[in-house]
Design a protein around this ligand. Structure first.
Ligand code: NDP
Length: 681
């Protein structure tokens, strides 16, 4: 690592001309590096994202972006040893580093996979169904998402230098936005090392990732309407950002994840000998000690029934007594250092504030036995458990960002919910109970105040990911005090970066705009059966209108007998006649769909390789004996797979009766060869 951390700006590494601020090793207190962003041309950085990174990224489809993310995740996996060594200098144990480094890389893999499975191989996402806006069907509406043309600025906290960057970068990249990453100065050397590996890989299009080492300077002044800022850190900085003129007057999107007084509630059903009692205790201890409690999701408030509080305090204390604090390089160490001596001072101040309404029942904020390091020059702190006095207010207001938690007591379930809400909005809550009624009452009470709720009991504990782990597929963020932002949550996290627009047009225009066939648009029936066309030859709107087929009573009887589906509406004339819905024998819905397949299929070997499903199947009008049906099949969407010599074709299927009334509508999903005959045949 260089003596002065560099920024990556407009395709070049930039070293500030001054000495910079010293960054110290959290464990030894020795200098790790220095950091400065003086002289950095923030305007050039934003212009580069706007003019180079964004356009290059938006040329790519979601699937192409996803495959770059996957390649990058694989590439970073090769340098884990280097990252782990640097991570130890931030005070992290191996387990802590795993959460940060493997967690970050895993998040990229998850987005790569979701992007290729749940987004189209396109640059536009359709949102919701087509809205019919007129009687004649010539004027329709469709919501679409498109990429904003700005930059995604990501300002991160010191506690997760790798995960913090990658969990914001991956969804923004998939959404088509170039990122400008600004890690917290204290641990930026680890982020810088990861960015160096990313840049030298050459995997990303130039301009899609830039790095600021040091202060954000005038970066926000350079932002405008299409840009966004995603911030994780203190409520104080969040307030500064919220009041920045770019946010207030130029409509820069700001997402905030700030303080969070997360809680875990022990249900009134749990006795000291129940498995849930141990689960609760383990959960609190783990959240206090992993990353030395420097997690935005850590349990700051343990809310327990009055009658069991003494036992809970005793059990948590007994477990904490086994936690060895010290140099993460020592095998016996279970909890490392805080990120800096300054952070330790902050946590000590927070404990002092908590003491005005709570007693310290475990640990000494001013002294700790440390293994393999010096307790004062390293940022070490003992885990500290407090027990709140009745009516305590501080535990609901003060966030000790370290290995600290406070036990609070309640007497009724409603009171537990009310105590949780006094945190004024949090990222995560957990409830430990084996009682389904308590689970429903408490979870629904917690939900309006939380971004994520974990319900833990003997059944899910072994496989549970725990209270404090945000997952790429679930939303991360909380209302109110937690900042009101939302990240991750699978594709939701991608769509947050995109603009939703309602498009009003004719079906033909909408088809042209979205690249997907819209009901009511022109169909192309060129007399070649579309099942004879390869992906290269198929076009949106290609269709076939089948012959007609009369459904006889014998067909219905045969189907009932053959499949065993002898539901009365298909077999019992009297009962069927009495039915308010049918008024007589009707064909099975699945018979209609099966007959429709027989009507539209082209049976010979050809480019259609397989039928892999049916979506959105609805039976609209009952089919009676002697009704005649016909099916119209139209190519709705074509998605070539990047890693295969075939792609997916979604067909719009409408089955109508002799009166032209739709009896069934659905999408047929097929795999179709890119070319036919294929090279092998
Ligand atoms: P800060 O809010 O000070 O810093 C977070 C990020 O914002 C850092 O990258 C920082 O850069 C940057 N930053 C600071 N000031 C500005 C500014 N004016 N404009 C733009 N960016 C700015 O939080 P810390 O990381 O120092 O943590 C302080 C406290 O915040 C913790 O003790 C804890 O209480 C809380 N916190 C809460 C988290 C949560 O999610 N609940 C997560 C992390 C922290 P730089 O480092 O260069 O100053």
């Amino acid at each position: 690592m260089s003596a002065l951390l560099e920024s990556y700006v407009a395709g070049n590494w930039y070293a500030a001309p001054d000495e910079g601020e010293t960054v110290l090793d959290a464990v030894t207190g020795e200098e790790v590096t220095r950091i400065s962003s003086r002289g950095l041309d923030f305007a050039a950085m934003v212009a580069h994202a706007h003019q180079v990174g964004g356009p290059a990224l938006r040329e790519l489809t979601f699937h192409e972006r996803a495959s770059l993310l996957k390649a990058l995740a694989k590439h970073l996996g090769k340098f884990k040893d280097e990252f782990y060594a640097l991570s130890a200098r931030t005070g992290a144990t191996r387990r802590d580093s795993m959460v940060d480094i493997d967690g970050g890389i895993g998040t990229m893999f998850s987005y790569a996979s979701k992007g290729s499975r749940e987004l189209p191989n396109d640059t536009v996402v359709l949102d919701g169904n087509l809205e019919q806006l007129s009687k004649g069907g010539t004027f329709v509406g469709q919501h679409v998402y498109t990429s904003r043309t700005g930059a995604a600025v990501q300002i991160n906290a010191f506690n997760f230098p790798v995960w913090g960057m990658l969990e914001k970068f991956a969804p923004a990249f998939l959404a088509g936005l170039p990122s400008i990453v600004k890690p917290a100065s204290q641990t930026a050397y680890l982020t810088e090392a990861v960015v160096r590996r990313i840049v030298e890989s050459g995997i990303l299009p130039e301009g899609t990732l830039q790095l600021i080492s040091g202060s954000a300077g005038t970066l926000l002044d350079e932002l405008s309407e299409q840009d966004s800022v995603a911030f994780t850190g203190s409520a104080h900085t969040a307030e500064i950002l919220r009041n920045h003129p770019s946010v207030l007057r130029r409509g820069v999107h700001l997402g905030v994840e700030a303080d969070s007084l997360n809680c875990s509630i022990l249900g009134t059903d749990v006795t000291t000998d129940a498995p849930e009692f141990d689960l609760f205790v383990k959960g609190v201890v783990s959240e206090m000690t992993v990353k030395a409690g420097q997690k935005c999701t850590a349990i700051r408030r343990a809310i327990v029934p009055e009658g069991i509080a003494d036992a809970v305090v005793e059990a948590i204390s007994a477990r904490l007594a086994k936690i060895v604090v010290g140099n993460p390089a020592d095998e016996s160490v279970r909890m490392g250092a805080l990120a800096s001596v300054a952070q330790r001072d902050e946590v000590r101040k927070a404990i002092e504030a908590l003491r005005s309404s709570a007693e310290v029942v475990y640990g000494d904020p001013d002294s700790v036995d440390v293994v393999g390091a010096d307790a004062e020059s390293g940022a070490f702190l003992s885990p500290v458990l407090l027990r709140a006095r009745p009516g305590a207010t501080e535990p609901h207001d003060v966030e000790p960002f370290g290995p600290v938690s406070t036990v609070l007591t309640y007497s009724t379930t409603a009171e537990a919910i009310e105590l949780a809400a006094r945190g004024k909005g949090s990222l995560a809550a957990s409830l430990v109970t084996h009682d389904p009624d308590i689970a429903r009452q408490v979870t629904l009470g917690l939900a309006p105040w939380h971004g994520r709720v974990l319900v833990l009991d003997r059944d899910d504990a072994a496989e549970s990911t725990g209270h404090g782990s945000p997952l790429p597929v679930l939303v991360h963020g909380g209302p109110g005090r937690a900042g009101g932002g939302e990240e991750l949550g699978g594709i939701r996290g991608v769509l947050h970066h995109m603009q939703r627009t309602a498009i009003q047009a004719s079906p033909d225009m909408l088809t042209a705009i979205t690249g997907r066939w819209t009901a009511g648009a022109r169909r192309n029936d060129d007399a070649i059966h579309p099942f004879r066309k390869s992906l290269a030859e198929l076009g949106i709107g290609d269709s076939i209108v089948s012959e007609r087929r009369t459904v006889s009573l014998a067909d219905i009887d045969h189907f009932a007998e053959f499949t065993g589906d002898t539901f009365y509406a298909h077999t019992d004339p009297e009962a069927a006649a009495a039915s308010p819905l049918f008024g007589g024998i009707v064909a099975h819905g699945y018979l209609v769909v099966s007959l429709a397949a027989g009507l539209f299929v082209e049976p010979n070997p050809g480019p259609v390789l397989a039928n892999f499903g049916v979506d959105n199947l609805r039976f609209l009008t009952p089919v009676k004996a002697e009704d005649s049906i016909q099916v119209t099949l139209t190519v709705k969407q074509i998605t070539p797979r990047t890693s295969a010599d075939y792609g997916e074709v979604r067909w719009d299927a409408v089955v109508t009766n002799q009166d032209d009334a739709p009896v069934a509508t659905y999408d047929v999903l097929t795999l179709v060869a890119k070319t036919w005959p294929t090279t092998e045949s």
